[in-house]
Design a protein around this ligand. Structure first.
Ligand code: BGC
Length: 393
């Protein structure tokens, strides 16, 4: 076990109010084990990735770093990563973690190189209850057509119908819309397997059509806005809705807002009860200054109580399937139920970035943003470009 005075350096991109409060729970739990969590918080996933690459390249990686995409992409060389199989065996991780998360946390499907901490639902629409009231709507929308009808009224009532944020979140929203218009099979074929018919098919075209309309209901300030600033607009009733993952709930919670009272969380229109998930994990690097402190960190991150305390604030649910979510709010319980059901019936969809190469993800993102910024591009042209991007990358 770790000796007093030991520390680990942990790199992550949790810098919003809710995120900072949530990660504080892991810090606390680690300090109980006598180990100090030295924080290296970098705003924005893209920035964190850049810094991590630099540190790995220089041969001075942190002890652990947050990831939520394909682990292979983060290791300049797989030899950089620590093998956590001993801690995992001792802690029974294989029994506690859902299969799709295990695959993602293990390099080559064999060695644990990362510790997953939670499950986030990505395909969520957040809606202001006051905003709905203002436009005389009695319930959140079920379809995009219903949403756009509400958006029209919201605008007439002086609200921004859809609070968008900087580019990466436009692309993020596109994926959630596409899951709804394509449904699980075509979504997986397109984004996991780069299947030709799915990539330029009707579901993809429809996703771009929805995005075109959605853009008309967002505002000019969106391009430089952070995701949590967009959330504040919904919290304050300046905007009617936001499409973003359930980390958004961390901001509502911090502001003292309650689901189904102050706001609604619904699966993005078209998704039914389908669940698109991502899982935050911490990748561990070799040659830690203090191996025993690193083990303490791994155990802390997988600790049931610590995962519960963290997710209650973060907006996610614990990734340990043996955790008790009865004390969680309605949004989280729904996410958990849909995650479990989707895992059983095969409709669960991992965020494509967890499985695809970064080059392909970046190429698709370029298409989505080109379409977003160019009204003259048709939805079918954009879909064709998605296929071309997959072929070239
Ligand atoms: C991460 C979340 C984080 C969000 C916003 C996502 O990529 O999975 O944990 O809260 O980005 O920073």
């Amino acid at each position: 076990s770790a000796r007093a005075g030991e520390s680990v350096e942990v790199m992550h991109w949790w810098t919003s109010g809710g995120e900072t409060a949530a990660v504080g729970k892991f810090k606390e739990a680690l300090s109980v084990r006598g180990v100090e969590w030295k924080d290296l918080a970098v705003g924005g996933a893209d920035n964190q990735r850049t810094l991590l690459k630099t540190r790995v390249g220089k041969g001075s990686p942190p002890d652990a770093a947050q990831i939520n995409s394909d682990v292979r992409a983060y290791a300049a060389n797989p030899g950089n990563l620590a093998n956590l199989n001993d801690v995992a065996a001792k802690g029974g991780w294989d029994d506690a973690l859902p299969a799709p998360v295990q695959r993602y946390a293990k390099l080559g499907g064999k060695n644990y190189v990362a510790v997953p901490v939670n499950v986030h639902r990505n395909n969520v629409m957040w809606i202001s209850a006051a905003g709905l009231k203002k436009i005389g709507a009695s319930a959140p929308p079920k379809t995009w057509d219903e949403f756009f009808a509400m958006a029209e009224k919201a605008r007439a009532a002086g609200m921004i119908p859809l609070a968008m944020a900087e580019d990466s979140w436009v692309n993020f929203m596109f994926m959630q819309v596409a899951y709804g218009t394509m449904h699980t099979d075509a979504f997986r074929k397109a984004f996991y397997d780069a299947d030709e018919a799915a990539l330029k098919g009707p579901g993809m075209v429809q996703a771009f059509e929805v995005m075109r309309k959605a853009r008309g209901y967002s505002d000019r300030g969106a391009a430089t806005r952070r995701w949590n600033e967009a959330t504040q607009m919904v919290i304050q009733g300046k905007a009617l809705a936001q499409v973003n993952g359930d980390w958004v709930k961390g901001e509502f919670t911090l502001a003292g807002k309650k689901p189904n009272v102050d706001y609604f969380c619904i699966p993005v229109p078209g998704s039914g009860s389908g669940h698109v998930f991502s899982s935050d994990a911490f990748m561990f690097f070799r040659n830690a200054k203090s191996p025993s402190a690193q083990v303490a960190l791994a155990e802390t991150l997988m600790d049931k109580d610590a995962q519960v305390a963290f997710s209650l604030i973060k907006g996610s649910v614990p990734v340990r399937m043996d955790a008790d979510v009865s004390g969680f709010d309605a949004c989280a319980r729904q996410s958990y139920a849909d995650f479990v059901a989707g895992n059983k019936d095969g409709t669960l969809a991992a965020a494509p970035s967890m499985l695809q190469t970064p080059a392909r993800i970046a190429a698709w993102r370029d298409v989505v943003l080109a379409f977003w910024n160019d009204d003259s591009m048709t939805a079918q042209q954009a879909a064709n470009r998605m296929l071309a991007a997959a072929r070239a990358n």
